[in-house]
Design a protein around this ligand. Structure first.
Ligand code: CP
Length: 312
């Protein structure tokens, strides 16, 4: 494959296995640039990327910005709280005004599922979804795939267990799609109240017992409890009880495979989803996920803008 078929990165649902492999292979080349003493290369000189974040972010926002700078693109970021959105401007009006300034790519994070898709229908710039509501977080899934492939040398045939708030997690939705598409089997685990109504439709098995869910897993991914999306009624009695039943700690370690890798998209609620010993332990690849996030986002820019250049 010489180029991406997709013109936007809206979700893993829109990417085939070949396209995902192509992005991961490109990300490996980008990571090599990141390991050099001089981490800046010129291919996107003259290109402009706007980051539009309507929800808080540390990793995603910073890595999209760093990725652009390392490829010599000009990048500007605006947060909803300091934009005219607070004066009542709609998302489409905001995006059309940004587009009038001729960016090549708009990266958007929004609390509304489908917001990036809606933008892609109304503006001419390429759109990258940096997380939309409870729907998808495709660049997170791609960096998760990269981290697993880097560690095991493959994804096909691996057993991946995702623990936590599957119903509300865009990371879980993208990861289930991504890992199953690449040949891994995915089990989800967590309180029954945090499972989607039809998890089988996503392609994942459900196991409500943590020990059973992690016993054979090559990859254990803990998810953040998304307090901001839970509403008034908590789906579990207390964080303490959640940690006891679904937290990964030294108490549960004997049930993990010796060579398991522990992942988390961040930010971590330490002592809830993961104990500090596990989050910082030798099986943890959490900071490698963060490093790979920059490489994946460099790959997405390079591939999307190469396509734009080709078609003028
Ligand atoms: N993984 C992730 O999306 O983290 P941020 O919210 O810090 O971007």
């Amino acid at each position: 494959m010489g180029k991406l078929k997709a013109r936007h990165i809206l979700g893993i649902a829109h990417l085939g296995m070949e396209e995902i492999s192509f992005i991961l292979d490109t990300a490996v080349s980008m990571k090599e640039i990141m390991e050099r003493p001089i981490k800046k290369v010129p291919p996107l000189r003259g290109k402009t990327i706007v980051n539009l974040f309507f929800e808080p972010s540390t990793r995603t926002k910073l890595s999209f910005e760093l990725a652009a700078k390392r490829l010599s693109a000009d990048t500007v970021s605006i947060a909803a709280s300091t934009s005219s959105v607070v004066k009542g401007e709609t998302l489409i009006d905001t995006a059309r005004n940004i587009e009038a300034m001729r960016p090549d790519i708009i990266v958007i994070r929004h609390s509304m599922s489908g917001a990036p898709y809606m933008l892609s229908r109304h503006v001419g710039s390429a759109i990258i979804n940096a997380g939309d509501g409870t729907n998808e977080h495709p660049s997170q899934a791609l960096l998760d795939l990269m981290t697993v492939r880097e560690h095991f040398g493959r994804i096909d045939g691996l057993k991946v267990t995702i623990i936590g708030d599957i119903a509300h997690s865009r990371v879980a939705h993208s990861d289930i799609l991504a890992f199953t598409r690449m040949g891994a089997s995915v089990t989800v685990c967590g309180p029954a109240t945090m499972m989607p109504p039809e998890p089988g439709e996503l392609g994942a098995k459900v196991c409500l017992d943590l020990k059973d869910a992690i016993r054979d897993a090559d990859v254990v991914m803990a998810l953040r409890i998304q307090k901001e999306r839970l509403g008034r009624l908590s789906p579990f009695p207390s964080e303490r009880e959640y940690a006891d039943r679904f937290g990964i700690s030294t108490a549960i370690e004997p049930y993990l495979k010796k060579d398991v890798i522990i992942m988390h998209p961040g930010p971590i609620n330490r002592g809830v989803e993961l104990s500090p010993e596990i989050a910082d332990g030798i099986n943890s690849v959490i900071l490698k996920q963060v490093t790979n996030g920059v490489a994946v986002r460099m790959a997405l820019y390079t591939l999307l803008l190469a396509d734009l250049q080709e078609h003028g």
